[in-house]
Design a binder for this molecule. Structure first.
Ligand code: NAD
Ligand code: IPM
Ligand code: MN
Length: 383
């Protein structure tokens, strides 16, 4: 292809299969980490490794400010048409008092639901060089590589009935409903079993079957599905115990599958094993259609970090690593994803740290400087 640099070791996209990616910078630190991530994306475009058309749109508070709602039909339409969507983060105190239905977080839930991305993959990997940045002892987290598969479209996040009502005696009552069907459990558990099969063949299914009927059903259905995966060692664990075990001995885990709420909480907990929320990417995937197309939504697991927004000090690596996941899962470019992950590790090894992962004696660099350092290392590694 004219203009595409040849590299025999790299699988390139060509113009004939040019991809469309929708970028959603969102709120808070979102635009800052998007800027740093785009430096990396631009490097891949310029070096000819990718051929992607990027479009940007509003989600969350940014959309609310312009349109009075956290997501418009047009944005959802664009998201559904794109080959992949990459979000930074949404939310912030500015929108904490507005009606629930138009809060930024509702935009995020709506886009996940609208795109049908039911399996949220949240890897927690401790790069050797960052073991010292973890609040846990290095010997506990060293070599950690856990994949949390969080169910993303069901459970208490979406269950009906929901709401706040006033009882005849004047007391108010808040209601949410935890609900799962067999098919919802099977489709996410299948993703987890398949992933485990390609990894260390160990799956922990997490619920609270000791107190919740939906947990009993979850355990029974995962067990049934497990019959199709005799090569995968299946364990069941209560969610509270799982939280404790993740801190006590996290390396016992390979893949964890959990419902929407437990998966949300456990993945924030797991995010501190590598030392910062600012390091953890995620990929949310839907079912493949008859053409083999799969809806895919990528986002860091962290939020909009209002406490540091606008200061230029946020860590952009979770978003950069989410972009790497996009190349790996949506565009079949494992070599490019590996390249990014290696560049990130080397940069960290060289002592380049944003404030959240700086260790004693290390001075912190800005968001943009971290993006630039990754680009420089990519150039050194990849030419
Ligand atoms: P948060 O993840 O925004 O922040 C928690 C802590 O981690 C803060 O101290 C923050 O400074 C730090 N942090 C997060 N990302 C960081 C990064 N990239 N670099 C350095 N430090 C980072 O969680 P929160 O404070 O509970 O929520 C803030 C807002 O974000 C809320 O409105 C919440 O609803 C929203 N939120 C959005 C998402 C998302 O868009 N996917 C996820 C979680 C929370
Ligand atoms: C996440 C966030 C979201 C969630 C919120 C902001 C809706 O915490 O992506 O982990 O709970 O799913
Ligand atoms: Mn969360």
């Amino acid at each position: 292809m004219a203009g595409l640099k040849k590299n025999p070791e790299t699988k390139h996209m060509t113009r004939s299969n040019k991809k469309n990616v929708l970028l959603l910078p969102g709120d808070g630190i979102g635009p800052e980490i998007t800027h740093a991530s785009r430096m990396v994306m631009d490097w891949f475009e310029k070096s000819g490794r990718t051929a992607i058309d990027y479009a940007e749109d509003l989600l969350g508070g940014a959309s609310y400010e312009k349109h009075g709602k956290p997501i418009t039909d047009a944005t959802l339409g664009r998201a559904k048409e794109a080959d992949a969507v990459l979000l930074a983060c949404v939310g912030g105190p500015k929108w904490d008092k507005i009606p629930f239905e138009v809060r930024p977080e509702r935009g995020l839930l709506a886009i996940r639901k609208g795109m049908g991305v039911f399996a949220n993959l949240r890897p927690a990997v401790v790069f050797d060089v960052l073991a010292g940045a973890s609040p846990l002892k290095p010997e506990i987290v060293q070599g950690l590589d856990v994949m949390i598969v969080r169910e993303l479209l069901g459970g208490v996040y979406f269950g009906e009935p929901r709401g706040i009502e006033t009882l005849p005696n004047g007391e108010r009552r808040g209601i949410n409903t935890q609900v799962y069907t067999t098919s919802e459990i099977h489709r996410v558990a299948r993703v987890a079993f398949e992933l485990a099969r390609k990894r260390k063949k160990k799956l922990h299914s997490v619920e609270k079957a000791n107190v919740m009927e939906s947990g009993v059903l979850w355990r029974e259905e995962v067990t049934k599905l497990g019959a199709e995966y005799p090569d995968v060692e299946l364990h069941h664990m209560y969610a509270d115990n799982c939280a404790m075990q993740l801190v006590r001995y996290p390396r016992q885990f390979d893949v964890i599958v959990a419902d929407n709420l437990f998966g949300d909480i456990l993945s924030d907990l797991a995010a501190m094993l590598p030392g910062s929320l600012g390091m953890l990417p995620s990929a949310s995937l839907g079912a493949k259609d008859s053409m083999g197309r799969q809806a895919a939504f990528y986002e860091p697991i962290h939020g909009s970090a209002p406490d540091i927004a606008g200061k230029g000090i946020a860590n952009p690596l979770a978003m950069i690593l989410s972009y790497a996941m996009m190349l790996r899962y949506s565009f079949d470019q494992a070599d490019s994803a590996d390249l990014i992950e290696t560049a990130v590790q080397n940069v960290l090894k060289a002592g380049v740290r944003t404030a959240d992962i700086a260790e004693k004696g290390q001075s912190a660099v800005s968001t943009e400087a971290m993006g630039a350092a990754v680009v420089k290392e990519l150039s050194r590694l990849g030419g």
